[in-house]
Design a protein around this ligand. Structure first.
Ligand code: BGC
Length: 736
């Protein structure tokens, strides 16, 4: 009782303190706002890329934020211009795309998602914040929350994949990691949740393309991570390049005002994507930059990134009565509030010697290595080829074996390749390595060196081939229609297979590639999304069995790019898979036309994908048994208690990601085939069985229904506990 009272008092005191802090910030915002001219207000709304070149504009109060500078000396210099030489001394917000690490580069975000380990991802974001803020960067354009279901889209590299639930867990972890416990702490970096919204649904996976998303799909699939991150205190949000139902996001009042501010109560700051205001002209949605500026501000965008429209046109638009002073004041309030919250007025400068001291700190490298270990996915391991025997002789080849720049992946501007540990470097600690350089980069088509490599392989016990994608083949503006291995990489794998030696293929890529045919030419395959600075050590440890794989696929792996978009949680169809497929070459000549008995599949690739969502093997085996739920019927307020035994039935201590899926059998609208509702990482010793328990609130079965209400509809459900989205036995229950 006394402890409870004490906790209550502590809770009340911190709530009161937070409220007092907010009041204090609000008061300071109002005081400052009341002293500002219209020109100074417009200046705060203007974000430019660069530093020194804008010194005069900064002194004149024409710049509120800069992006893309990371040298602490330059940052301090322009900050001095703002704080000491502009009329009101308002500090600048210095921003950067710190997407998966600053100096110490972590796996790309799709690789982070493959860990299914939000606590580790939060730790990585904290490391990124510590390193970036030491340079003076206090705002990052991350996390990217775009649900993406088409691996042709280059930006799948930057997000958490196809599942809204995983997206929520990863997004919230990153926001917490970047922002820390106290916004004003000098190591706190404001997060920017992006791109609001639907950017990941770009038609055909072509970057910047249009999207077709209904309001219900927005609410059920694309909004949840944004809403969860708003609730977790994300300080800023970025609009997206695409249109949603014909309205570009940067000009979308419904999204930015009705949903974000009114419905969700977001009290942070909204910024455009790079020139996304100006791009409304090319969209045919604005006549010119002035028109685009009017539309963006009235839609609720506070800050303009690099269209130059705000600084050029807002004054005239206000004078012409096309934008109200209230609208301007509200935008500036949001910007000033962020600067006060971050403590920039108290601490505008950075210790210029700090950045180099904290970069690549041993604990940062250790966190990056652990993350790279957990993010690698074992896709195949015939005859327990992996791990390879320590001390044995291995032939190492392939374009990604020693590619220090490319293994960092996309958006790794500040990671320095000389700090990268490549697999070739790291494998020497465990094996006698024969280095056989073949293809020099992933698009290389020259097979001239293959014979020599085959000859050299005679002396090896096994071959490890590192293939994949250079960093530049994924990320923004790098979509592909063919997502097979590029260049002569498949030929290289086949040539190595022809030696008769055991072949391990390690894929280091920015997206889930179509690697089914390559898997047939190797004994084991380990899949690593660009793993970052410590990727080499992580992969070497996995290959040697010092670490055991535990990653799971955050996206469905396709047989062929023609299957895209393809995701496990698709809506139920009227002709679901019934286990019979008549494939292309089984169709008799002049077969009569019929659709009877046919289901939704391709004649050439069949019904299923290559590998399902949530899939990943281990060096050990896991068995699920005694899976049960505590009741047959639940009320809306109840909790479903799920219990199961998980056994590590193999020879290695290892971690399994146990996943919980649900299907709502009948809805007022068509429901997904399955939905991930929970997961846990469970570590077991070889031979150990653990009794596991997971609680799922019935309220988590809610969705936006036919009447666009967020409700749990009574009826029948099924639930699975399994190691991937395609396994397990359904348990039935009902909600009344
Ligand atoms: C990207 C954003 C990024 C911004 C700033 C844009 O091209 O779409 O994700 O944050 O540039 O670099």
């Amino acid at each position: 009782m006394r402890i409870k009272q004490l906790l209550l008092i502590v809770a009340m005191t911190s709530a009161t303190f937070a409220m007092a802090q907010n009041n204090d910030v609000d008061q300071r915002v109002e005081d400052l706002l009341s002293q500002m001219t219209l020109e100074e207000k417009i200046g705060q709304m203007n974000q430019l890329s660069g530093g020194y070149q804008y010194t005069e504009m900064i002194k004149a109060g024409q710049v509120g934020s800069v992006l893309n500078i990371v040298d602490p000396v330059e940052i301090n210099a322009i900050q001095r211009a703002a704080v000491e030489q502009s009329r009101l001394g308002i500090p600048l917000l210095v921003s950067r795309d710190v997407i998966h690490g600053f100096r110490t580069i972590f796996p790309i975000p799709i690789g982070l998602a493959a860990t299914f380990d939000p606590a580790l991802v939060e730790q990585g974001a904290r490391v990124a914040a510590i390193e970036a803020t030491a340079s003076g960067v206090r705002w990052t354009f991350s996390p990217m929350l775009d649900v993406a279901r088409d691996p042709r889209w280059g930006r799948v590299a930057e997000g958490s994949g196809e599942d809204p639930y995983l997206d929520v867990q990863m997004g919230v972890a990153m926001v917490k990691g970047y922002q820390g416990d106290n916004y004003a702490d000098p190591t706190s970096m404001a997060a920017c949740i992006k791109h609001f919204v639907g950017y990941g649904a770009a038609e055909g996976g072509r970057d910047y393309n249009t999207t077709m998303i209904s309001e219900r799909a927005l609410r059920n699939t694309y909004f949840p991570a944004f809403k969860a991150c708003v609730d977790a205190g994300a300080l800023t949000l970025m609009t997206s390049f695409n249109d949603v139902d014909g309205i570009p996001s940067t000009g979308n009042n419904w999204l930015l005002r009705d949903i974000l501010r009114e419905e969700w109560g977001f009290d942070g700051m909204v910024v455009t994507d790079w020139n996304s205001s100006g791009e409304m002209i090319a969209h045919g949605f604005a006549e010119d930059l002035k028109d685009a500026t009017k539309i963006s501000i009235n839609a609720g965008v506070d800050m303009d990134m690099m269209s130059w429209g705000y600084i050029q046109h807002v004054k005239a638009l206000v004078e012409e009565g096309k934008i109200s002073m209230d609208t301007i004041d509200n935008a500036v309030r949001n910007i000033l509030k962020l600067k006060f919250r971050l403590g920039l007025f108290e601490n505008p400068y950075v210790d210029e010697s700090l950045a180099r001291k904290v970069a690549y700190a041993p604990e940062h490298l250790a966190a990056a290595k652990q993350t790279a270990i957990e993010s690698a996915i074992l896709l195949q391991n015939n005859n327990s080829t992996l791990p390879l025997t320590k001390g044995s002789t291995i032939l190492v080849t392939g374009p990604m074996a020693d590619a220090p720049y490319d293994q960092l992946g996309t958006w790794a501007f500040d990671g320095e390749e000389q700090y990268t540990v490549t697999p070739l470097k790291a494998l020497g600690a465990h094996f006698n390595v024969i280095n056989a350089p073949t293809l020099t980069y992933s698009r290389d088509k020259s097979t001239a060196s293959f014979k020599a490599a085959q000859k050299a392989a005679k002396k090896a016990d096994a071959i490890v081939v590192f293939v994949g994608e250079e960093a530049i083949l994924s990320g923004e503006a790098h979509s592909l229609s063919d997502i097979n291995l590029q260049g002569a990489q498949s030929e290289l794998i086949a040539a190595m297979k022809a030696t008769g030696k055991p072949v391990v293929v390690v894929v280091i890529a920015g997206r889930p590639l179509t690697i089914e045919r390559d898997m047939q030419n190797c004994d084991a395959m380990l899949y690593s999304f660009h793993p970052g600075t410590m990727g080499g050590e992580a992969l070497a440890d996995l290959i040697a069995g010092v670490a055991v794989p535990s990653g799971k696929t955050p996206m469905t792996f396709l047989r062929d790019a023609g299957q895209a978009p393809f995701y496990y949680n698709h809506p139920m169809t009227g002709r679901p898979n019934n286990g019979t497929e008549t494939l292309l070459y089984d169709i008799p000549l002049k077969a009569g036309q019929t659709s009877l008995g046919c289901t939704s599949y391709y004649l050439d690739t069949g019904y299923g994908p290559h590998l399902p969502f949530g899939y990943g093997l281990s060096y050990t085996t896991f068995e699920y048994s005694n899976v049960k739920i505590d009741k047959a019927v639940y009320g809306a307020e109840d909790t479903i208690v799920i219990e199961y035994d998980l056994t590590n039935s193999g020879k290695y201590d290892a971690t399994e990601v146990a996943q919980i899926y649900v299907r709502d059998l009948v809805g007022s609208v068509v429901r997904p085939v399955k939905e991930l509702k929970g997961f846990e990482r469970i570590t077991l010793k070889a031979g150990e069985t653990k009794h596991c328990r997971y609680e799922l609130n019935v309220s988590e079965l809610a969705y936006w229904n036919r009447d666009m209400e967020y409700v749990v509809e009574p009826g029948k459900f099924q639930l699975w506990v399994a190691g991937d989205s395609a396994s397990g036995t359904a348990l039935d229950f009902e909600v009344r």
